[in-house]
Design a protein around this ligand. Sequence first.
Ligand SMILES: [Zn+2]
Length: 243
Amino acid sequence: MHTAVFTTMIALVPLHLLFVSFTLASTVPPVNTVAPNDTCNEYELVGRKDWGAKPPKDVVSMVLPVKYVFIHHTAMSSCTTRDACIKAVKDVQDLHMDGRGWSDAGYNFLVGEDGRAYQVRGWNRTGAHTKSYNDVAVAVSVMGDYTSRLPNQKALDTVQNLLACGVQKGFITPNYELFGHRDVRKTECPGEKFYQYIRTWKHYSTNYPTLHIKRGSATTAVASATLLTVTLLANGLIILVNL
Ligand SMILES: [Zn+2]
């Protein structure tokens, strides 16, 4: 096409059409942006290498997806910066590995008031956090003591986004049930204030799961003597009282 003809064609395009096409082009979102419902991008996950984790002494995988989630607090230092939170995560790992002799820090994830989640055992490893439930549940622990105050909003949002991401990725079931540590053990964890707050969350459940004890490869449901008093009446009725 001759340059002169092309120039004439451009000149013939009405100006208002050029303006419309320019406006449309400038409002179309760029391709390959994160989908708005991709909750895994709503928070920053700090991997084990990035926080300088010591290698685990043992790794036991977990059958996925899990149906149960337990919320904890560390009752140790809280933190509001990446550096402070990395130190707090390492303190938890030192306590659990060196102090208690566990194979790794016990939780699946730690969350700081810096708004970051820190990978500990991750989604697919059995933890050491909630006796009798370690192989059927994911545990998220917020760093700090939440007896008399709540974790800040950043930390609360990250816990929720982390769990939504777990559902999205298929690690936990969409209808998962959430509990506080104290719901199944005699402990203050996750702290009075935080515990009352998680009871308002959509997935919070008072339908405490049947306990499990692993025997070889079989998982047997049992009633735990620490939680249930069994009363055998004269007429043969058995009453289970949840303490
Ligand atoms: Zn706990």
